[in-house]
Design a protein around this ligand. Structure first.
Ligand SMILES: [Zn+2]
Length: 280
């Protein structure tokens, strides 16, 4: 099983610290932000201890592609109301892709965007426009469009939305999907019947496009459109369903990342990874 969690990247050890954090959870994958998720301040890649982190991964037989990045929340490609927000989204996404390439990261998770006060149709087409401005034919990084909960004016809460974006993007070969269990549950998908969801995904998008999953329980009922993550087994999805999902034979090669909340300021990931790997 390829499984890990979100890991911090704090000053001093940077990516080396992130990899050490992942190893302390017995993880063989991890997700990082290349800088603070809420702002655009970024340290130069040469300061991030990339070489040390890469070597430590290799020593532990963890492929480099198991370290993935998440784009900051401030990138909103669906914004067609405020030109400067869209401009920031495209220029910053371009820089993030370059940073990932420089570090040697293969996957960058991206929230498709929110249309704010415009319309859904305008928003989803703006995302396509943005991706067409940013993606380059020969880039090495794959952008993983994330399935969303449908909170507010989010685009991407149905598999069809992601399919539409992919179909209309020129360099669609650089797009794939990150499926978040909490988000799809909150969007109204019934995780008690996960095989039906997987079949739908395969029919609409194609399972070969599913590269990463965010494994989270949900604090809210199915269809609540809220997006609040709960610890594994503490939410409305439940341990049994999440255990079934992470151990699913069709998802063996998919990288699974926990983004569950800290418990009393402690990361829950070591225990949750062990729980999900356990025989039941
Ligand atoms: Zn996300």
């Amino acid at each position: 099983m390829i499984i890990g969690s979100h890991c911090k990247m704090s000053s001093k050890d940077f990516l080396l610290g992130s990899v050490n954090e992942a190893l302390s959870y017995d993880a063989n994958a991890l997700m990082i932000y290349t800088g603070a998720p809420q702002n655009t301040m970024r340290r130069p890649v040469k300061d991030l201890k990339v070489k040390e982190a890469t070597e430590l991964l290799a020593q532990n037989n963890i492929p480099m592609e198991n370290m993935i990045a998440h784009a900051p929340y401030i990138i909103n490609l669906a914004n067609c109301v405020n030109a400067s927000t869209f401009e920031l989204a495209t220029t910053f996404l371009e820089k993030e892709i370059a940073r990932c390439e420089e570090i040697g990261l293969k996957y960058l998770v991206l929230h498709p965007g929110s249309f704010t006060t415009a319309t859904f149709d305008k928003g989803i087409n703006k995302i396509v426009e943005g991706l067409n401005m940013v993606l380059k034919q020969d880039q090495k990084v794959t952008i993983l469009l994330e399935t969303m909960s449908g909170k507010g004016s989010e685009v991407g809460y149905e598999f069809e939305h992601l399919k539409y974006i992919m179909d209309n993007t020129i360099f669609k070969q650089h797009l794939a999907v990150c499926l978040d269990t909490c988000h799809i549950h909150d969007a109204g998908y019934d995780l008690n019947d996960f095989d039906t969801i997987l079949n739908d995904f395969d029919k609409i998008i194609g399972l070969d496009k599913l590269k990463v999953m965010h494994i989270n329980d949900s604090k809210n009922e199915m269809g609540a459109k809220k997006d609040r993550h709960a610890n594994i087994g503490d939410g409305f999805i439940g341990f049994k369903n999440l255990h079934y999902i992470v151990n699913h034979e069709k998802l063996e090669n998919v990288i699974k990342i926990l983004e569950t909340p800290y418990i009393e300021e402690q990361a829950p990931y070591k225990a949750e990874i062990a729980l999900l790997k356990s025989e039941i």
